[in-house]
Write a new protein. Sequence first.
Length: 94
Amino acid sequence: MHDILRSRFVGMNELRQQLPKLLESLAQEGEDVVITRQGKPAAVLMDVEKYLEVQLALREFSDAHYLAELLKARQEIRDGDGIAAGEVFRKKGL
């Protein structure tokens, strides 16, 4: 999970003054920026591609059937009932 404390924190005044530079930094570095109001986190500024990935993940994990199948598969792996990676690769011709 993302550790918010490793993100860059920017106050509202700096955001107003440095928005173009912050946007360029997002595009180049891909790191989120936490926007603060009166010293407290208020919002997160992130690259649009990352935002879209997060939205897709949230939709997938909110699907009860998908989540149940994922948890079932994870338990099968823990129980040793999964298929070895080498076997999967062989079947796929990799």
